[in-house]
Design a protein. Structure first.
Length: 380
């Protein structure tokens, strides 16, 4: 008698959508494409995926039918599943994206990705980690444990999903809707720098997604030892979540400050590769009522940033259930902004966008996986 065979589902086919050139080459080798043809095949498939937005190998008309069929047998071009899409009255869109969990016992992980349309451009805010380890006291994501880093493919997939939903293909369309990327979603991008670097490489490739590196901004809470590497290897724009002008206060708001205090952080900014008046570093400053919003804070901020090519984004605090902070009063924000403006900085107050759809922020997810998120108008 033969033993009963274990019932197992076939492994899902690997998606090529979101891979780097190197990863794509490796994948094509596994189905027996000869070494000398790999480069050409990568170019062809790459172009269809990232220029044309192909979702099916049958669209790849300059590839012979037999090869297209072989690709179809072994791979897909699928994107992670969107579990929810919300559209705000102001045009802001939020997608909740399901990523596979590490093991079968867990449900999928959810990350958010937000599209913010503005006059003449559209910014996509992407996540780099599920959850975050930093525990910034005003940030909802900080109250959640880190689940895992995103792969480069999962970061790129957020752009593919947005382009699909916005009908924003091909990549060289003159009226593209996604023109800018900001790494200001969930997670600390400099704690997942390898994946972030690869994702930027894919997103900025001129024969593909074609988002110029100068239109890609990486925001960090201040992982000082990784800042130079980010600049040297990606050419991306830098944003710093500063939020305080003294170390004792910043220690409370952004506990990473205890490791890398303000002076060290600003020194790394002064040395950021490529920073210039034409390529300024953005300093984000969240307005917290009676915490960091006095005129004295504004003056200290301005003097701290002396000799750094900077722009300042004042962000009204976005409250979440259980937060101990409130957003500063409007007069306070205006006064703060005036001082910053008088010191020579355009200091736009970033009016929160998509308030109506973010009102239920984090509540879309299962209780255990509640994760916070903010979407604002970003000056990148
Ligand atoms: N870890 C990175 C990127 C993610 S947070 C960083 O710290 O920069 C993106 C921005 O949103 C940061 O400036 C963060 O400080 C800000 N932020 C977090 N929670 C917020 C809230 N409740 N209201 C307004 N801005 C918030």
């Amino acid at each position: 008698m033969t033993a009963p065979q274990p019932i197992s589902a076939p492994a899902p086919l690997k998606s090529l959508a979101g891979l780097s050139r190197g990863e794509l080459g490796e994948a094509l080798k596994t189905i027996g494409i000869e070494e000398r043809a790999i480069k050409m095949r990568v170019e062809q498939v790459w172009h269809w995926i990232y220029h044309g937005g192909a979702k099916d190998f049958s669209e790849m008309r300059n590839i012979a039918k037999e090869l297209r069929e072989k690709l179809q047998q072994h791979f897909t071009l699928s994107r992670p599943e969107i579990t929810t899409q919300q559209v705000s009255v102001d045009g802001t869109r939020k997608w909740l994206v399901a990523l596979p969990a590490d093991n079968i016992a867990q449900k999928s992980h959810l990350v958010e990705c937000v599209y913010i349309p503005e006059e003449g451009r559209g910014t996509l805010c992407v996540s780099s980690q599920v959850g975050c380890t930093l525990n910034c006291s005003f940030c909802h994501t900080g109250t959640q444990r880190l689940v895992r880093n995103l792969t480069a493919q999962e970061i790129v997939a957020q752009l593919l999903i947005a382009r699909d939903a916005l009908d924003d293909w091909p990549s060289n369309d003159e009226n593209r809707r996604v023109t800018n990327i900001v790494f200001m979603g969930m997670g600390e991008p400099l704690y997942n720098l390898d994946a972030v670097k690869t994702a930027i490489e894919v997103m900025s490739d001129g024969d593909g997604l074609s988002i110029s590196r100068r239109r890609i901004t990486v925001s960090t809470a201040g992982v000082v030892p990784k800042i130079a590497e980010l600049g040297e290897e990606t050419g991306a724009m830098l944003a710093i979540s500063l939020h305080a002008t003294t170390n004792p206060l910043r220690d409370k708001l952004v506990p990473l400050n205890k490791k890398y205090p303000i002076e060290e952080l600003l020194e790394a900014c002064r040395n950021y590769p490529g920073a210039s008046n034409a390529k300024r570093i953005t300093f984000e400053y969240v307005m917290l009522k009676d915490v960091n919003d006095t005129p004295a804070d504004a003056r200290r901020l301005v003097s701290l940033l002396k000799n750094i090519p900077a722009k300042i984004n004042l962000i009204p605090f976005n409250p979440w259930p259980g937060a101990v902070y409130e957003c500063s009063d409007w007069e306070r924000i205006e006064r703060f902004s005036e001082i910053v403006f008088d010191a020579g900085y355009a200091s736009p107050v970033r009016t929160p966008r998509g308030r109506d759809i973010l009102a239920a922020c984090g509540q879309l997810k299962s209780e255990t996986e509640k994760l916070g998120f903010r979407a604002r108008q970003i000056d990148a």
